[in-house]
Design a protein around this ligand. Sequence first.
Ligand SMILES: Cc1ncc(COP(=O)(O)O)c(C=O)c1O
Length: 531
Amino acid sequence: MPITYLSTRGGETGLRFEQVVLGGLAKDKGLYIPESIPKMSIKEIEMMRSMTYSQLAYKVICQFVDSSDIPSENLKDIVNRSFSKFRHDDVTPTIKKDNYWVLELFHGPTFAFKDVALQFLGNIFEYFLEKGNIQNKITILGATSGDTGSAAIHGLRGKKNVNCFILYPTGKVTTIQEKQMTSILDENVQCISLPTDFDGCQAIVKSAFADEDFRNEVKLGAINSINWARVLAQITYYFYSWLRATDAMDPNHIPKLSFVVPTGNFGDILAGYYAKQMGLPVDKLVVATNTNDVLHRFLESGSYRKDPSIVTIAPSMDISVSSNFERYLFYLAGNATTLKRWMDEFESTGVLKVNDTILKKAKEDFSSSSCNEKQIIDTMVEEYQRQSYWVCPHTATAVYAIEKLNLSAPTTICLATAHPAKFEQAVRMTMSRVGVTELPKRPDPLEQLFSMSTRSTTLRASLPSVQAFMRRTMEPSLHRMENALSFVGGSIGADVGAWFDENPTYSWLSTFATLSVLGYFMMSHIQLKNR
Ligand SMILES: Cc1ncc(COP(=O)(O)O)c(C=O)c1O
C-alpha cells in the first residue's frame, strides 16, 4: 500500500507526498495529514541509538514518503544535504542542565529551529520541480515578522526553478533578522520591505493566493508551517533528543519523557505529537505560550477562542490562532466530517467549544502554561544567574513552564527554539540585573552580517504593487532595470515605480518613472561631484 495523505476537512483523499508538499494548503482549506500514522516498536527505536542525526532523520522521514515518490537513495541524499550546513555535529544537540535537558535547535544557518524544516523543504522542492511531474517551477511568497523569512531564504537560495519573495514590515523586524534576509544576494531571492505591520504583509500574501489567475500564472507556493514537509522534518529531533537524554539510563527502565515546547502556531509541538503517536515513549507535551495564550486557554477550558494578538517580547509567538492546531483537532474529532463542522463553526463565530470528554482526551497528551513579559525576563535572569545560560525569550516561556508545572529534571526536555543573540532587545533588559554591562559576544556568522552588502526593495503595501514587482523580477530585462533603480534610487524610486504599477493601464508609465528617477539620481550625483 503506498503512503497517502488526506485533507483534514475530507475534501481530498489518497494524495501523494509530492502533491501535498507542492500544494501546501488543501483545496477545501483543510491541512494535509497522513492517512495513517506509521508505528515504531521500542526495539526499532532502540536500534536508532547509534545512528547519526541524518541517518535517524532518514529512518523517520522515509516512513511518510513512498519510495515511488522519492526513491530511498535520493531521499537519503536530500536528508544529508539538508543538515550539512548545521554548525554542530549533532545537528540539534541535547545538553544536560541543572533542572532539565535542553534541545538546542539553533545551530542552523539562521540560528533558529525553523532551519531544520526549511533546509529540508528547499531540497524537496528542488527535487520535485526537477522531476516536473506536477509542475516545473514554483514562486514562493511569504510574509515574515523576522524568523520565518530568513530561514526560508536560506533554505531556498540558489535552488533551481524556485523564486522566493519575502515581505516584511519596514522597521518592525530586528536589525539582525533584516540583515539575515537582505544579505542574501542570490538572483532567486527578493526581500520586500513594506510600510505596514506583519498583519498587513500577511494580508497581501493571502490576497495573492486568493487571486487564482495570479496563483496559476506564477505557480504560487507556500513555505509557512502549514506545509506538511515542515512538520515531518521536525519529528526527527524528538526521537534524536529522546535517545540522547536516555543514553546513560538502564535500558530496561527508561521512563517516559516530557517535552516542553515554546508554542505559537502549534507546528513544532505537533511534530512531538506525531513522534508520540509513532511510538516514542512520551509522557506530556507541554504547550508553553506567551500572553498570546489561545492554546493554554483551550487546554484549561475546552474553549478555543480567537482574540487579537498582542505584541510581546517573544514576538515569533505573537499569534491570535494557531494555524497547525487544526491537524490535532482532526485527531480529537476522530473524523473529517466532525472536524469540518468544528472549523466551520470556528470560522463563523471565532469560538470552538469541545465537550469534557474531548478535553480530557487532549489533557492526556498535553499540559500547558502561559508566561507574561515580566515572567519571561525574570526567567531569562534566573537562568543566567543559576547556570550562566542565556535563553531567548521564546525558550524562556518553556523554562518558566518547567518550574510552574514542577516537572522533574531527568525526564524533561526543553526545546530551545532560537539563539538569544537574535533577540538582543530582551537580553538587554536582563543585563543590569545580572551585573553584565556589555551584550554577550555575537556568534561570528551574526557579527559578520554587519559588514555584508544587502539588497531589499521598498514597495507600497498593496497587492498590485507586490504582484507587479514579482512579475517584473521574473522577467529578466525588467529585473535588471529594477536592480539598477534600487541601487541608485533605493526605496524612493521603487516606490514611485510601484505606484504606477497599481494601475496596469499605465504600466508603461512605470518604466518612464523608473528611468526618470534613475536620471534624477544620476544628475544629482554629477552635480554633487562638480561642486
Ligand atoms: C523562536 C521561535 N520559537 C517558537 C516558535 C513557535 O513555533 P510554532 O509556531 O511552530 O509553535 C517560533 C515560531 O515562529 C519561533 O520563531
